[in-house]
Design a protein around this ligand. Structure first.
Ligand code: SF4
Ligand code: MG
Length: 335
């Protein structure tokens, strides 16, 4: 049985302008110890999906309309807030893009690591402090005995993200959800943080859901990938399948907009023309139809069914239909 199974998740937001259909029938599963990357442009529903797993969707205006999120034999969507509190931070940890907004500026970093330990594991202050120092050391913060008593503003950006990881990992969660964890950091620090997450995963066996728009990060860290567009998963597969045998035109577009090592210095990256669908009035057909260079009439009318290219690789595209015209899948990727 998978560690986490999300099935047919639908999430909306009620606004003055009407209902925004942010997530429209998303399904995926996560196995113990693996990293699943959820990729897509902003507004594709990645963060809303992650927040739904943590039950952090503000309701109202948010509403989880349909679906199941099975974790450890429980459907998280049916738990009470109190039961959910026991899972959040203890069995499922989360880190966000900007540590400054999620760290408490009035509390020492050590205290913030200790809180979860005291609350969830019932250990005493002294033991929690020892563990906080150990966690700071584990995430590569120098002189942790001193740092444990400092406040977030005394840390650099990269160190704050390390501290966030220490907080999220202190209780040894089974799953770590990382929502754009390195977007706010410069490139060298980004690489260090991703390396740290990989190392921690090897040591602890924690499964990771990595939300990102950066395919370079995906290639280096993920085992599986789900590509989201317009509130739906349009393709999923192993990292090799998505990078070497992608089948969805949106995935091709994403890969073509990614810099490659073998590129001439000034090669212009192709970005995908057009803009994402209006989720107030989501298209009834393929969400990518307005931007897809291969769109056919049927694409605007009906959502394609799933085609399985392998047991781990699925795609939702009318080009997979046996009677669809052949298109050039000529993609060259080098990761
Ligand atoms: Fe393009 Fe049609 Fe495939 Fe959508 S279903 S990605 S519009 S070819
Ligand atoms: Mg986001």
């Amino acid at each position: 049985m998978a560690l986490l199974e999300v099935e047919n998740l639908h999430v909306s937001f009620q606004t003055y302008g009407g209902e925004v259909h942010a997530v429209r029938g998303v399904s995926f599963s996560l196995e113990k110890g693996e990293t699943l990357a959820i990729v897509g442009e902003s507004g594709s529903g990645k963060s809303v999906t992650a927040q739904s797993i943590m039950r952090l969707i503000p309701t109202p205006p948010g509403i989880i309309k349909e679906g199941e999120i099975r974790f450890d034999g429980k459907d998280l969507l049916t738990l009470s807030e109190k039961e959910m509190f026991g899972i959040r931070g203890s069995e499922i940890g989360m880190i966000f893009q900007d540590p400054m907004t999620s760290l408490n500026p009035t509390m020492t970093v050590g205290r913030q690591i200790m809180e979860g330990l005291i609350w969830h594991q019932g250990i005493d202050k002294r033991a929690a402090r020892e563990r906080a120092i150990e966690m700071l050391r584990l995430v590569g913060i120098p002189t942790p005995e001193k740092r444990v008593d400092q406040y977030p503003h005394e840390f650099s950006g990269g160190m704050r993200q390390r501290a966030m990881i220490a907080i999220a990992m202190a209780c040894n969660p089974k799953i770590l959800i990382a929502d754009e964890p390195t977007t706010a950091l410069d490139v060298t620090i980004q690489a260090q943080i991703m390396e740290l997450m990989k190392e921690l995963q090897e040591k602890t066996g924690t499964a990771i859901i990595l939300i990102t728009h950066d395919l370079g990060v995906v290639a280096e860290t993920a085992h599986k990938v789900a590509v989201m567009y317009g509130g739906k998963v349009v393709e999923y597969g192993t990292v090799e399948e998505i990078f070497y045998r992608p089948r969805h035109p949106y995935t091709w577009g994403l890969l073509n907009s990614m810099p490659r090592l073998d590129m001439e210095r000034d090669t212009e990256l192709q970005s995908i023309p057009g803009s994402p669908p209006d989720l107030f009035k989501p298209p009834q057909g393929c969400p990518f139809a307005d931007r897809c260079p291969h769109a056919m009439n049927i694409c605007h009318e009906m959502m394609p069914e799933k085609t399985e290219a392998s047991s781990s690789h699925g795609v939702y595209c009318w080009l997979e239909h046996p009677q669809a015209p052949r298109v050039d899948r000529g993609l060259r990727v080098n990761i």
